[in-house]
Design a protein around this ligand. Structure first.
Ligand code: CDP
Length: 207
C-alpha cells in the first residue's frame, strides 16, 4: 500500500490508546506516532525553564528520548502547555505529514480525528472509566519505579481530562464519525481485536 491510510486513535488519559495503537500499527505494517510524546517533551522542556512555544517550534527527534517523559510530572506539564494555541499550531505540520505519509500511519492523541487529520480513513475514540484508567496508569507508574498512590493517580487523571476537554483549542472530543471503544471491561487483547476489526473493515472497503 503506497497511498496514505490514516488510523486516528483519540481518547482520555490512560485509556489504552497507546497500547492499541502500537499493536494496530504492527499488525497492519503502519508507522506509529504517539502525539502525546510531543506535548510531554515540550512540557518537560518547560519544567527545565525553556519557553514552551519556542520549545515546540524547535522540537527535535532527540527531545522525544528525554528521560522520564512517561512519568506523571511530564504528563501534567504536557496538559498545561497543550492549552496554548501557538504551541499546538507549531506541531500541526509535522503531525499532518506523518498522518498522510505513503504506506499509512496510526496516530494517537486527543485531536487527531478532529483537527490533525479529519480525513482519516479510520477514527477510534478509546475510553474507560476514570477508576479503571487510574488503576492501569498506577500499575504502569509503579512498574517504572515512580512512588505514588492510586488516589493520587486518579486525581491527576481527572484533572488532566478536565483541562483537555475544556480548553478552547482542539479540546478532547470524539469526531462525529469515530467508532467508540469502551475498554472498561475489556482485556487488552479484546480491545486490540476490536480496533483491528475497525481497521480491517476500512481496508477491505478499499480493496
Ligand atoms: O498517555 P496519556 O493518555 O496519559 O497521555 P498522552 O497521550 O501522552 O498526552 C499527555 C497530554 O498531552 C494530554 O493530557 C494532553 O493535554 C496533551 N495532548 C494533546 O493535547 N493533544 C494530543 N494530540 C496529545 C496529547
Amino acid at each position: 500500500m503506497t497511498e496514505p491510510f490514516t488510523v486516528a486513535i483519540d481518547g482520555p488519559a490512560a485509556s489504552g490508546k497507546g497500547t492499541i495503537s502500537r499493536a494496530v500499527a504492527e499488525r497492519f505494517g503502519l508507522a506509529h506516532l504517539d502525539t502525546g510524546l510531543l506535548y510531554r517533551a515540550v512540557g518537560a522542556k518547560m519544567l527545565l525553564g525553556v519557553d514552551p512555544i519556542e520549545a515546540a517550534q524547535n522540537l527535535m527527534a532527540e527531545d522525544l528520548k528525554a528521560p522520564d517523559l512517561r512519568g506523571a510530572a511530564a504528563a501534567d506539564a504536557a496538559s498545561k502547555v497543550a492549552v496554548i494555541p501557538e504551541l499546538r499550531a507549531a506541531l500541526v505540520d509535522f503531525q499532518r505529514a506523518f498522518a498522510r505519509r505513503a504506506g499509512g500511519a496510526v496516530l494517537d492523541g486527543r485531536d487527531i480525528g478532529t483537527v490533525i487529520c479529519p480525513e482519516a480513513e479510520v477514527k477510534l475514540f478509546v475510553t474507560a472509566s476514570p477508576e479503571v484508567r487510574a488503576h492501569r496508569r498506577y500499575l504502569e507508574l509503579i512498574a517504572k519505579g515512580e512512588e505514588t498512590t492510586e488516589d493520587a493517580v486518579l486525581a491527576d487523571v481527572v484533572a488532566r481530562d478536565a483541562r483537555d476537554r475544556e480548553r478552547a483549542t482542539a479540546p478532547l472530543r470524539a469526531a462525529a464519525d469515530a467508532v467508540f471503544l469502551d475498554t472498561s471491561h475489556m482485556d487488552i487483547d479484546s480491545a486490540i481485536a476490536a480496533a483491528a476489526r475497525a481497521v480491517e473493515a476500512k481496508r477491505s472497503e478499499r480493496g
